[in-house]
Design a binder for this molecule. Structure first.
Ligand SMILES: [Zn+2]
Length: 328
């Protein structure tokens, strides 16, 4: 493939206008990007490539593209994509592919685990626990700067024990032996709040977003049986078809989690299945092994050029900045 006909797929999650006080301890690895950084990304993409839509992807896969292409994607279907992302995309006259988690949208609320950072910021120091059946997670939080470490430990605990992090209910958390009383920040924007069907439909109609799927429950696909995978695929398709009136043909794996069975099941329902491997898309790739994407972190400043052309340096830079920040 000629370098001038590369396809790069970018993966975003959500956007924010300001970094709230509680999130400043999170360092540089957040999945929520500031609006001005997102605008810089889109401006860079617009100046350095053709920002393509789903219908153009095949041309790149067939090796028939004549200019570099960038496909912008968002996972999950968060409200900030509509509120903050769409006006910026419109300004550059480009569109994004949004992978919806239909159960998340149907629930209409931010999953509990994403509210943890805010809650810990208000209640530190304390002992935090999570209990489900025989699974028992406990950590002592001594200072605000330890919040990212405690949250990372909880995510690792979930993955080690195959507990889907987004399935954790508020009542399964324990703060200093008490139930979670989450009423401290009712006025704060919830970064992981989903958009609703009406908002999504409106953005689809204007052509600013296209729709793909991200399952129903956001459970990692490598953990599920064939029957569960089929249910995730067929149920999410039927929800989008009921609410938006389209049948999505693309998919992204929740948490980037894949195995042989999950690829096989996803390909039965979707033409294009996106993973989270930081690579450019080669023409004539084996579509049964997924299409790679670059996750764009909230580095400050965001450097898309570094991220996609020198991913190893970008990773090293992020690790370095994070280690300096966490010691500060
Ligand atoms: Zn996701």
């Amino acid at each position: 493939m000629q370098p001038n006909s590369d396809l790069t797929v970018l993966m975003f999650h959500g956007l924010r206008r300001e970094i709230p006080e509680y999130a400043k301890y999170r360092g540089y690895s957040s999945y929520i990007i500031q609006d001005r950084d997102f605008e810089k990304c889109i401006s860079w993409c617009h100046n350095n490539a053709k920002v393509i839509s789903l219908g153009d992807v095949q041309k790149y896969l067939d090796g028939e593209a004549t200019e570099p292409g960038i496909l912008i994607t968002f996972d999950d279907g968060l409200r900030s994509v509509i509120d903050i992302g769409c006006p910026i995309l419109n300004h550059y006259n480009v569109s994004a592919l949004v992978f919806l988690t239909t159960g998340w949208i149907d629930n209409g609320i931010e999953p509990s685990i994403f509210g943890l950072e805010r809650q810990l910021w208000h209640t530190c120091p304390l002992k935090i626990g999570f209990r489900r059946g025989d699974f028992d997670f406990e950590a002592k939080l001594g200072s605000l700067s330890a919040i990212p470490k405690v949250i990372d430990a909880l995510w690792r605990f979930c993955f080690k024990n195959q507990i889907s992090p987004l399935s954790i209910r508020q009542e399964e958390f324990i703060f200093d032996g008490q139930n979670w009383q989450a009423s401290l920040d009712v006025n704060v924007v919830q970064d992981w709040e989903p958009a609703n069907w009406r908002e999504i439909q409106k953005a689809v109609k204007t052509g600013t977003i296209e729709i793909g799927l991200h399952g129903v429950s956001h459970t990692p696909w490598a953990w599920m049986t064939e029957e569960q995978l089929e249910n995730e695929a067929s149920e999410s398709i039927s929800r989008v078809s009921q609410e938006i009136g389209i049948i999505p043909t693309s998919f992204s794996f929740p948490h980037g989690s894949t195995n042989e069975l999950s690829f096989k099941s996803a390909r039965k329902y979707f033409d294009l299945c996106f993973t989270s491997e930081a690579q450019k898309v080669k023409s004539r790739i084996d579509l049964n092994k997924g299409i790679p994407r670059f996750n764009v972190f909230s580095d400050n400043p965001v450097n898309i050029n570094l991220e996609i052309n020198y991913p190893k340096i970008a990773r090293f830079r992020r690790a370095l900045i994070n280690s300096i920040k966490s010691r500060a």
